[in-house]
Design a protein around this ligand. Structure first.
Ligand SMILES: Nc1ncnc2c1ncn2[C@@H]1O[C@H](COP(=O)(O)OP(=O)(O)O)[C@@H](O)[C@H]1O
Ligand SMILES: [Mg+2]
Length: 229
């Protein structure tokens, strides 16, 4: 589903060059649940932004569902982001003035889904994440964990191939963090492919596979034996 061959990213700030991501080879199969861990500045978000087609690599080949991402136009990339990728961020990225249900409907507005169908899908996803009774609340009337559930419901609306989450528990307490990770486990059990960045090992342990980053490269790729049964 995801294949990276020699993907790298270099940032240039005047005379200074930062190799944020060294040439990286990685395959993620459909249905996997991957945690990416590593210290701050090790390249995790750089990789995530490339996987999510939010950023363009400096070189290498990225294939998503057998399509070479670098051959796509900006318009086609926007379509890939809308239809194939569900994003979840540390700071939730919800629209503060819009209701919970409206926030979840938004990707479907861009995706051209009919209004009545949008509402139907948004309601059912909000019920799935346990927020069926909060449809008309505003984000600031919710706890951090509930806001992240709204963001996850929103990420699922277009039925994406992959769910990408960058430090989704970074602003949550311990209990809510594990609840959110359990929700990802449930979604993964139902068939979603999930990639989660974290810098906390106990959070990463929820995943089936753990990629450890250090200094712009993958230094360990470990699959948890107990999960294979
Ligand atoms: N837009 C940018 N311009 C210049 N350097 C950047 C930019 N984004 C990230 N970097 C650098 O790339 C490296 C990796 O960053 P990042 O992928 O954000 O790490 P992580 O998510 O693991 O904390 C860091 O040294 C960071 O300072
Ligand atoms: Mg980061």
């Amino acid at each position: 589903m995801i294949t990276l061959e020699g993907i790298f990213k270099t940032y240039r700030n005047g005379p200074l060059e930062v190799q944020a991501l060294k040439p990286t080879y990685l395959t993620v199969e459909k249905g996997d649940y991957v945690a990416i861990i590593g210290p701050s500045g090790s390249g995790k978000s750089t990789l995530m932004n490339i996987l999510g087609c939010l950023d363009i690599p400096s070189g290498g080949t990225y294939k998503l569902d057998d399509q070479e991402v670098q051959s796509l136009s900006e318009k086609e990339l926007a379509r890939v982001r809308n239809q194939k990728i569900g994003f979840v961020f540390q700071n939730f990225n919800l629209l503060a003035r819009q209701s919970v249900i409206r926030n979840v409907e938004l990707p479907m507005v861009y995706g051209g889904v009919a209004p009545s169908r949008r509402t139907e899908i948004a309601k059912s996803l909000l019920e799935k994440v346990g927020l069926g009774s909060r449809l008309n609340h505003k984000p600031n009337e919710l706890s951090g964990g509930q806001k992240q559930r709204v963001a996850i419901a929103r990420a699922l609306t277009m039925n994406p191939s992959i769910l990408l989450a960058d430090e989704p528990t970074g602003n949550l307490d311990h209990k809510s963090s594990h609840e959110i990770m359990n929700l990802f486990t449930q979604l993964n059990n139902e068939g979603s492919t999930v990639i989660v960045i974290t810098h906390e090992m106990d959070i990463a342990e929820h995943a089936k596979r753990i990629l450890r980053f250090g200094d712009g490269e993958i230094v360990e790729d470990r699959r948890k034996e107990s999960e294979s049964a």
